[in-house]
Design a protein around this ligand. Structure first.
Ligand SMILES: Cc1cc2nc3c(=O)[nH]c(=O)nc-3n(C[C@H](O)[C@H](O)[C@H](O)COP(=O)(O)OP(=O)(O)OC[C@H]3O[C@@H](n4cnc5c(N)ncnc54)[C@H](O)[C@@H]3O)c2cc1C
Length: 266
């Protein structure tokens, strides 16, 4: 996502943020709340809005020399920097934005904890108040023009924060189903959602490949294929297989949005 070709030539503003607090909200989720002076430049737009985060690498000065705007040229320059020296770029959803929070405007990001060898997951576990990061607003993940009154939303744990944002943005009379797979049932949380959208939380066994339970369940969901907008966010094979299944059920291609959020090492 966030393809190079879509970056406007004048670039997007880079927000310099800081960690306000960090809290383990579920066995596999660390909620990092960020803010700081520059957050006044952030506009919440809902619909699964997401950010390209700029996190520190092992090099403590990796965030010292950031530009004010991210242009295509700067993206190219970034690629020429030494991997261990340059900042870490990763994509994360805006889980919640509070214009008036405990410490001014605040934004929550829910990081899936999947080990300490992975830079973003490790950073989320170790960061503390005052730590620096930066972010570029990449816009809404859910394209309303494909339909928002009848939905099939499917996610693994990485897509749950996006789907939470979509559910909170849907019209009150929307109908449909959200299939949400998490590693442990204790990772399931309270989500605001229209009453006509059923939430189905699923957990998997340790040996199950991520996304399989969500795929099998989503394949059994009954929906009106003449008007459904199917939105899938999760491990690459979940997105790929569910797209294929939906096409085989004659859901029009333009009403299937399926994004691979990460790729399992095989
Ligand atoms: C638009 C968008 C929004 C996203 N929103 C969120 C979000 O809100 N919360 C969130 O947690 N993730 C989210 N993701 C997914 C997240 O960007 C990836 O999981 C990312 O790879 C994590 O970076 P890392 O540095 O922790 O691991 P990486 O360095 O990227 O990967 C290291 C290793 O870990 C594996 N890996 C990566 N992610 C996972 C995982 N979740 N579980 C198990 N193994 C993994 C990789 O296969 C690789 O082998 C989003 C992705 C996109 C595209």
């Amino acid at each position: 996502m966030g393809s190079f070709a879509l970056v406007p030539l004048r670039g997007r503003p880079l927000l310099r943020l800081q960690v306000l607090r960090s809290e383990r909200v579920a066995p596999h989720y660390q909620r990092v709340t960020v803010g700081g002076d520059a957050i006044t430049g952030f506009t919440a737009s809902g619909w699964g809005q997401w950010l390209r985060l700029v996190l520190p690498s092992a090099n403590p000065s990796s965030l010292d020399d950031l530009p004010d705007r991210v242009t295509p040229l700067q993206r190219l320059r970034y690629l020429t920097l030494d991997r261990d020296e340059r900042p870490v770029l990763r994509d994360y959803a805006v889980r919640r934005f509070r214009p008036i929070g405990r410490q001014g405007p605040e934004l929550d990001i829910d990081f899936v904890l999947h080990g300490t060898d992975a830079p973003a997951s490790a950073w989320a576990q170790s960061c503390g108040p005052g730590d620096r990061l930066a972010a570029v607003d990449e816009g809404q993940a859910f394209d309303r023009s494909r339909g928002s009154d009848h939905v099939l939303l499917v996610a693994d744990e990485t897509g749950v924060p996006t789907v939470a944002g979509v559910l909170a943005s849907l019209p009150e009379d929307a109908t449909g189903t959200a299939v949400l797979e998490v590693p442990s049932i204790d990772d399931a949380g309270e989500l605001d959602h229209p009453p006509g959208v059923e939430l189905v939380w699923l957990s998997r066994d340790e040996d199950d490949p991520p996304g399989r339970v969500a795929l099998e369940t989503a394949e059994t969901v009954v929906f009106d294929r003449s008007r459904v907008h199917a939105f899938v966010a999760g491990e690459q094979s979940l997105a790929r297989r569910l797209r294929r299944h939906l096409l085989s059920r004659e859901v029009p291609r333009v009403r299937i949005s399926a994004a691979g959020y990460w790729r399992r090492a095989r």
